[in-house]
Design a protein around this ligand. Sequence first.
Ligand code: C2E
Ligand code: MG
Ligand code: MG
Length: 401
Amino acid sequence: MSERKKTRVLVLDDDRFMLEFVSHLLKELDVDEVLVAEDGKAGLFVLSTQIDDVDLLICDIEMPGMDGIEFLRNIANQKYGGKIVLFSGVDEDLLKAIERLAIVRGLSVIGTLVKPVTIGALADLLEKLTLPVQVKVESSRSRQIFGVDELKEALLADQIKIFYQPKICALNRRVTSVECLARWQHARYGYVSPDNFISVIEQNGLINDFTRNILRKSVQQLDTWLQQGMDLKISVNVSMENLDRFNLPEIYQEAVQNSNVPIERVVLEITEGKLGRDFAQSLDILTRIRLKGFGLSIDDFGTGYASMETLKYMPFTEMKIDRIFAHKAAEDLATRVILESSIKLGKAFGLNVVVEGIETQADFELVAALGCDEIQGYFVAKPMLPDEFICWISDYEQKRK
Ligand code: C2E
Ligand code: MG
Ligand code: MG
């Protein structure tokens, strides 16, 4: 039998008493290893000397020397992959602003802890350590480790697999569609998330073949599901780097025309943040993609730079509101205001409004009540391989009836 994985926590606080007190409480709660550091610099040093991952970082904000915000900036640059709890006596709004900043930097903040700390509050946070996380390679090996040759070999050896994550109708909860998400089935690291390799593909001129391949395979999968009587659509992610050639609409059309799938059942998702390098060319290509019959979704809405201008000009059919506006919207007023306004904006433009990244029942109920059309997130289901998806959907539909 395999051994239980050890839990390792690093606590950062300039107050020695607090360090000892929190360490003591963590040990009471069965944490296997507690590391401590008295300021940001010491924290970075401790992290740099670890062979095993640190699972949780409890980080004070106000520290002399390097403060908590600077510390978080540093560990985000170093791709720290564990979870974080912000720990402070600063006021709640400021703590929330710091939490949002950390999330924007790609860090995984699972909560905040106000002083004075209690064992109950710590126990609640430790419980969250077991929530599902995205399949990612270890932080110390992320992003830069994959070279272009390794990726070329992976593409040739057909090691890129597609996971399918359902979207459901907010009103009747029916599964309407699946988003097709690439994973690299790596011999050593298991399923590697696209954040770790898409940029290498983009930077080395491989993205066009890659996207065409994903589109072709996803369409084939949908073809099979439609033949089995399922009523689904698919969404496929298209990189802005793809929009470098005017014949792209024809290339995508061909990928669908080699199947029985009606083109209207295929939605292409484009991330807003990268739109507009050559605005006229992007507009030309995207408009012709729509003309061919594809749906067009503005992905990660709210995180880019040109939201309003983009919405005005680009022929989108769908708006996908980024998960940073859904995460904890039920608890956080500012997040909720942005979420609500974005949904209204999308509806006013006549778009199908999707909220992604819904992880809790409270957020699910909130976004449904705010009038979004479709919902996606771990609360509904995580991305799955086709066999797993089939089992999941039959089970889900049984329960829904
Ligand atoms: P995206 O298109 O915004 O996809 C949603 C991401 O959020 C997926 O991550 C999904 O697994 C994750 N997710 C879904 N529900 C939840 C939730 O409740 N909580 C949290 N924390 N995360 C959730 P994934 O699969 O790692 O993909 C990351 C990004 O990589 C995608 O973001 C997309 O931009 C890109 N990507 C994925 N597949 C492809 C592809 O085939 N081509 C291109 N160009 N990009 C891709
Ligand atoms: Mg997407
Ligand atoms: Mg997205």
